[in-house]
Design a protein around this ligand. Structure first.
Ligand code: KG4
Ligand code: ZN
Length: 312
């Protein structure tokens, strides 16, 4: 990233977890450890920069899996020390929010909806890093619901993108799944949906499940998307802001994007969504957030620590 422009964005995807139907923390940190040097080398090469030409080292230090965070943070500290570059720690959730400002002007105040594999959260953003949580999931995250239900449907992990693809040819009214807490506050709950789909699938012969896969996927997507859209509508209304920032892996979902666009039109608000590549986890969003933090004078040092959860 230079002056707000992305020079390179290298993503090392870990496929090992597919076999297990979810992320295995120990395998994640081992894979991180194995690929981090090559990934950073590649990013520098794509950008046409030497390590000494970097101004600031940005690194995600939480929330996340401790082993993986330690690998990234240790590498970043080593880089910062070796080349004498300032170190800036970035909160992973903040990075999803600020991913919006890679391609769009920064805009405040706004409400951000972060929907990823680990988080579902509505945040009021009054200025750079001036955040107030308005609501969050009480159990599963939206992406987790997509992934777990996908596993029940026999799809590979992470199932979100495949459910999205299959949904496009399906009938969202085919099965009626619950929209938990849709009229109630700004918190979310997706674990009941998972149970409801589990029982529904038990009642259907396997050949029917196979034959109606697209319809089932569309019904699941609609149940998740309905809740996300209604809560976002309410949050924007309550906060009295004119901008909604959509972010996190699930914001790549086509039904969600389309339904949010309609809602934005109905409510007369602006909606910002990053390009697909900046929705799911990526280095550019960390760099963008580090750039804004550095600009705001928020610089760390070698005592920077990783943290596993937002509450730590
Ligand atoms: O933000 P992200 O890359 O990683 C986390 O921080 O969790 O989000 C990954 C999540 C996974 O649960 C994945 O299934 C979901 O985002 N996802 C999608 C789509 N693309 C990724 N869910 C629904 N539709 C998609 N198109
Ligand atoms: Zn993420």
């Amino acid at each position: 990233m230079r002056d707000g422009r992305v020079l390179s964005n290298v993503i090392a995807t870990q496929t090992i977890h597919r076999k297990y139907g979810g992320v295995v923390p120990e395998l994640a940190s081992r894979a991180h450890h194995k690929t981090i040097t090559d990934t950073v080398d590649q990013a520098l090469q794509d950008a046409g920069l030497g390590p000494d030409e970097i101004d600031v080292v940005g690194v995600a230090n939480g929330p996340g899996l401790m082993g993986s965070l330690l690998v990234g943070l240790s590498f970043a500290k080593g880089f910062s020390l070796a080349y004498g570059k300032p170190l800036v720690g970035v909160n992973h959730l903040d990075a999803h929010i600020y991913a919006n400002f890679i391609e769009h002007q920064e805009r405040y105040p706004a409400v951000a909806l972060i929907v990823s594999g680990g988080h579902t959260r509505l945040v009021r953003v009054d200025g750079p890093f001036d955040h107030t949580t308005m609501g969050a999931t009480r159990d599963d995250a939206a992406g987790e619901a997509f992934d777990k239900i996908g596993k029940m449907l026999g799809l590979e992990y992470p199932a979100g993108p495949e459910i999205d693809r299959l949904s496009q040819g399906g009938d969202p009214q085919f099965a009626q799944y619950p929209r938990a807490m849709i009229r109630e506050g700004l918190d979310f709950s997706f674990s009941g949906l998972k149970t409801s789909v589990l029982y529904d699938l038990k009642d259907r012969p396997p050949e029917e499940v196979r034959a109606s896969l697209a319809d089932l996927c569309a019904s699941v997507s609609a149940a998740i998307v309905d809740v996300l859209v209604e809560k976002a509508r309410r949050a924007v209304g309550e906060a009295g802001v004119g901008t909604l920032l959509l972010s996190g892996g699930v914001s790549a979902n086509s039904m969600l994007r389309a339904r949010m666009a309609t809602m934005a039109e109905e409510e007369g608000i602006e909606i910002q969504v990053p390009s697909m590549i900046y929705c799911t986890d990526n280095g550019a969003m960390i760099a963008k957030t580090a750039e804004i933090r550095y600009r705001e004078g928020l610089v760390d040092d070698l005592s920077l620590q990783p943290y596993a959860s937002a509450a730590d």
